[in-house]
Write a protein that binds this ligand. Sequence first.
Ligand SMILES: C[S@@+](CC[C@H](N)C(=O)[O-])C[C@H]1O[C@@H](n2cnc3c(N)ncnc32)[C@H](O)[C@@H]1O
Length: 402
Amino acid sequence: MLPELFTFTTVALALRHHITSGDVCYPSLLQSRLEMCRSSDQYNFDPVFVANSSSPRTSQSDCRNNTETFCAFSSSSFAGGRGISILTTPDRMESLQQLPAFADADALLGINEQLSPVFEERELPGRGRGLIANKTLHRGDRIFAHTPILMLDGESFGDLEKEEWLELEHAAVNNLPLKSRTLFSALYGRPVTDPVSDRIDTNAFVLELNEVTYYAVFPETARLNHDCRPNAAYFFDKQTLTHYVHAITDITPGTEITITYIDPHMTRQRRLKRLSSLWGFNCSCSLCSLHSELAHASDERLDQITTINDRLEDWETAPLQMAQTLISLYEQERLHAPASSAYWYAALMSCTQGLYWETIRYAQRAIELGLLDYGFGDESFQRMRQLAKEPAEDECWLARLK
Ligand SMILES: C[S@@+](CC[C@H](N)C(=O)[O-])C[C@H]1O[C@@H](n2cnc3c(N)ncnc32)[C@H](O)[C@@H]1O
């Protein structure tokens, strides 16, 4: 087993594309936090009061206790005054503070800046507000790069009473600087529980950081509506706490910029059900609106993609044609971002067979798409870069012919 590939498929896919039993543990956005897998550890409370001006502060009154203690930590100076509130345990807060986002003054240079926006925000019939491109965007063009204004530890919802986490959520929002509070208030919240909680539920992204699940609100990015075949892809950079959104296809002026809220490998009925139950809308994107014959053909391709992906977990013994078929199926399905993993497999399999130029071609495609979907910091890209540069120097070279 090649370690870098292992990291890529298990870590990255588990975050974004792998839906566990019952579909409830890894949605792309937050609504299902109340259904998430719950657990909690014993914790001895030891409050932290931090000195660094960009580090979040808390006070004892903003903490609630059950088997663990959770506090609303806030910093108004974080990210040049944008501020952040983090609802988590004191010990997890302490380890978050070691991240460059808090510890390195230069880490967030250029982040949260939108000097000349590439979109306009508009009211759109039947879908609330959305973002429309105002210039031609090409694959890889940056749309957003923002830090969260709120981060909520997923375990708090399982451990604390509902009233208690609601109080902490309100404290977290109230402690934000006025500008960020205003951004939060302007978000749409599907009316279910209470105005603060509803806004969080409708808009937050699921992140994994230091092996903890957090729900994070990026108010600018939250204006993006859903499409099952989106033209933008996103990833979260753990070091800088920055959420990047890039065009994954060319986008013409006047076109709505969209992301997917759910695992795009789901078949039609499952997609419709999930979007309706979690975000309250009936998806009418081009894929969901296909004639039933065409929708059926798409579902069959999606099932085949899932089958091939399962088989390729043992890629070392699979035929190269299998990865090539996967690439073709992803192209037919217009699933551009997830196709990076298919190119990844194809590059490694070509390498094991000593197919020099094919290896480079596939590795370059895996890098191009994967950088936009998995992020710049993904360690496994080192391996792909090596393959793209000089396949014969990698351990996979001719491995299947030895
Ligand atoms: C994260 S917000 C997106 C921005 C939102 N439209 C607004 O006005 O702020 C999610 C909500 O937007 C709406 N929405 C998103 N994608 C949609 C779509 N494809 N069709 C209809 N409504 C959609 C739903 O009301 C959903 O609960």
